[in-house]
Design a protein around this ligand. Structure first.
Ligand SMILES: Nc1nc2c(ncn2[C@@H]2O[C@H](COP(=O)(O)OP(=O)(O)OP(=O)(O)O)[C@@H](O)[C@H]2O)c(=O)[nH]1
Length: 204
């Protein structure tokens, strides 16, 4: 039977508790939004397949708990990710300051060459804005990564952000495939880099 996708990319969202990681994933995967806040316990994932450059890209998007007490569990998943999305809340200055710590955590725990993306979420709450777009633009430039302001509530830039990260991974074509292809992301060694540009991943 033909495979339903050309590539499987594993993405991970990190950032302080309450910035909207779960809501961004739900908006992206299910086009839904809920105002109720239920803090993530540990780790979870959702799936959506998108078309990029004529390829079917299955995105397995992992949601991590922002709370410090889950750090040991969540950092174990960094190494399996091809793309990591750092999220802050534009109405919460501390969550933006902490992006530096999340960057450090990526350096310590993720695979070298992992694609990163910075998101300033809750941009529908302009009246409560504490972080200016220029500040985040500057930070993103310093780290050589892309930046979007998003709203999981209004859906602004959500698809664009995920697609842009998927496109960057595809173009870079580290083309990391799962060896087992069973949809599980083990904390450490189930990934392989095939570094063939724009070819179909045969290992997935
Ligand atoms: N106005 C607005 N509220 C949002 C947005 N995204 C999330 N929220 C709200 O912010 C709260 C926290 O959202 P979550 O997605 O659960 O936050 P999280 O980052 O996953 O939090 P942890 O699981 O604790 O790490 C919820 O009450 C959401 O409804 C947004 O884009 N705009």
């Amino acid at each position: 039977m033909a495979k339903a996708y050309d590539h499987l990319f594993k993405l991970l969202l990190i950032g302080d508790s309450g910035v909207g990681k779960t809501c961004l994933i739900i908006r992206f995967a299910e086009d839904n939004f809920n105002n109720t806040y239920i803090s993530t316990i540990g780790i979870d994932f959702k799936i959506r397949t998108v078309d990029i450059e004529g390829k079917k890209i299955k995105l397995q998007v992992w949601d991590t708990a922002g709370q410090e007490r889950f750090k040991t569990i969540t950092t174990a998943y960094y190494r399996g990710a091809m793309g990591i999305i750092l999220v802050y809340d534009i109405t919460d200055e501390k969550s933006f300051e902490n992006i530096q710590n999340w960057m450090k955590s990526i350096k310590e725990n993720a695979s070298a060459g992992v694609e990163r993306l910075l998101l300033g979420n809750k941009c529908d709450m302009e009246a409560k804005r504490k972080v200016q777009k220029e500040q985040a633009d500057k930070l993103a430039r310093e780290h050589g990564i892309r930046f979007f302001e998003t709203s999981a509530k209004s859906s602004m830039n959500v698809d664009e952000a995920f697609s842009s990260l998927a496109r960057d991974i595809l173009l870079k074509c580290n083309c990391v495939c799962t060896l087992g292809g069973n949809g599980n992301m083990a904390p450490s060694t189930d990934l392989k880099t095939c570094d063939k540009k724009n070819t179909k991943c045969s290992l997935g």
